[in-house]
Design a protein around this ligand. Structure first.
Ligand SMILES: Cc1cc2nc3c(=O)[nH]c(=O)nc-3n(C[C@H](O)[C@H](O)[C@H](O)COP(=O)(O)OP(=O)(O)OC[C@H]3O[C@@H](n4cnc5c(N)ncnc54)[C@H](O)[C@@H]3O)c2cc1C
Length: 287
């Protein structure tokens, strides 16, 4: 289907884009990679009167390290995440997990900022950034504010972004030496959204877990941090008992919607299994 008519704006700076958002109000939508927005417009689930294309704003792109944090511009594409040597060295989970998102065509245009701002529980970056304990930088007419990934997702397609704000960057601390990590995603076929997914970051000492972060994809109205599952691992070796305890705690927080990927019982079971696999894989990488 062809989307309804809309006005098109292509600002060159963030302040220009914010000004447009403020003047056009709720009738305008930011256009990033367009791989979620345009399908919704074609289906007429979204009918914005204006699109503000943020592809020509250089300050929204690029991956840098400063002040002990890695900063990823919101308009960085999935393929740029995958190819980044800085990410491969400092936040390898992000570079590796981006390869599991969609297909090469989508990854060529789709941006990390769009994936997060869309607020779709099926998207992978929400859980990945929760596991990274990342912070999102939001800019609006009143200036800049920072929101933790765990506080950003309010419901399906609902986030902490105000109508006149832009997600400009994602900030995350580089991994400490010896950190183990993994993202396990069950999908029906290449290019599909997750039936269930789990992102895990682990630190271990003397064979026991000292720190664990676990976050889940597509098993609730938003991505979830599984704090009880993390607590079930801390102080323990990775064995059947700790894995089963963590998986049970994961299953306990799941509240998935039934769809073509499966019913709630199946998705909940798969979330437990993805968490187990990701914990095992992360532990094997801990040094
Ligand atoms: C076939 C297919 C398969 C896919 N599979 C997956 C998958 O497996 N995993 C996955 O995670 N995703 C998947 N996606 C979604 C894809 O990753 C999208 O690219 C992503 O959800 C949105 O990013 P975008 O840059 O295309 O944003 P757009 O579609 O341009 O925008 C999405 C929404 O976010 C808003 N927005 C965009 N950028 C900003 C910003 N900087 N600040 C504030 N608001 C902003 C827009 O206004 C819009 O409402 C798939 C998409 C397709 C078409």
């Amino acid at each position: 289907m062809i989307p309804p008519e809309f006005a098109y704006h292509a600002p060159r700076t963030v302040p220009e884009a914010i000004k447009l958002l403020s003047t056009l109000g709720g009738d305008a939508k930011l256009l990033a990679g367009g791989h979620s927005l345009l399908p919704m417009m074609k289906l007429r689930f979204a009918e914005p009167g204006a699109l503000i294309d943020i592809n020509r704003i250089p300050e929204l792109r690029g991956i840098t390290e400063a002040g002990g944090m890695v900063r990823i511009g919101a308009m960085t594409t999935e393929n740029e995440l995958i190819a980044s040597t800085l990410l491969q060295q400092k936040l390898p989970l992000l570079a590796e997990a981006a390869l599991l998102i969609a297909d090469p065509q989508v990854r060529n245009r789709g941006t990390i900022g769009g994936d997060i701002a869309h607020g779709d529980p099926g998207n992978d970056h929400p859980a990945i950034t929760m596991a990274l304990d990342a912070t999102f930088v939001l800019q609006g007419p009143k200036g800049e504010r920072q929101v933790k990934a765990v506080d950003f997702f309010l419901g399906t397609y609902m986030t902490a972004l105000a109508e006149d704000e832009i997600l400009t960057a994602i900030l995350a601390a580089p991994f400490a030496a010896g950190t183990g990590y993994a993202y396990q995603k069950l999908k029906r076929k290449t290019g599909d959204f997750a039936t269930a997914g789990a992102a895990v970051i682990l630190n271990m000492k003397g064979g026991k877990v000292t720190q664990a972060r676990i976050a889940l994809t597509n098993v609730a109205p938003t991505a979830l941090r599984a704090s009880e599952a993390e607590a079930a691992l801390v102080g323990k070796a990775i064995d059947d008992a700790s894995l089963n305890a963590a998986a049970a705690a994961v299953r306990a927080v799941c509240d998935p919607a039934e769809d073509l990927r499966g019913d709630a019982e199946y998705k909940t079971a798969m979330a437990g299994e993805m968490a187990k696999r990701a914990i095992r894989a992360a532990a094997a990488r801990c040094k």
